[in-house]
Structure formats: structure tokens, C-alpha cells
Design a protein around this ligand. Sequence first.
Ligand SMILES: [Zn+2]
Length: 78
Amino acid sequence: MSVATETVRESDHEHCGCCGRQLPAREVVELGNTPGVFICGGCAIWAARRIGPTAALRQLRFTPLGRLLRRLTRRKDR
Ligand SMILES: [Zn+2]
């Protein structure tokens, strides 16, 4: 008699690809372009701080608030 081979996950924990901790799946997020690689909230905050506020402000320009700010601060040529 043969037994079907099946991969069974032993837990719902994932491994943070940054700090290496094993955390519940609800506490990590999978990287967008690298399936199977996760990052925890603490490392995400660390990375955001490390890249600096300038990068965060650059991302803001793609939001409705950023469009509004551009429109309000746009210089009018005379
Ligand atoms: Zn981490």
C-alpha cells in the first residue's frame, strides 16, 4: 500500500527574510516581487526609517494628496 505524499505545513509561521525570526503569518508580509520571501512589521519600519523621509515624501506624490499639493504649489508662468 502506498501513502500519498503531501506537504503539510507544521505551523502558520513564516520566516522573516530580514531579521530571521519565525512569526505568525499574520505578522509578516510577502514581498511583492519575490514570492516566498516575507518581512515582519518591525523590519518594515526599520527599512522605512533607514531609507529616510525623502523617499516617503516621493511616494506621497503618487497619492491624491500629492496631486492636490502639486496643483496648489504649481507656479503659473506669465
Ligand atoms: Zn524581521
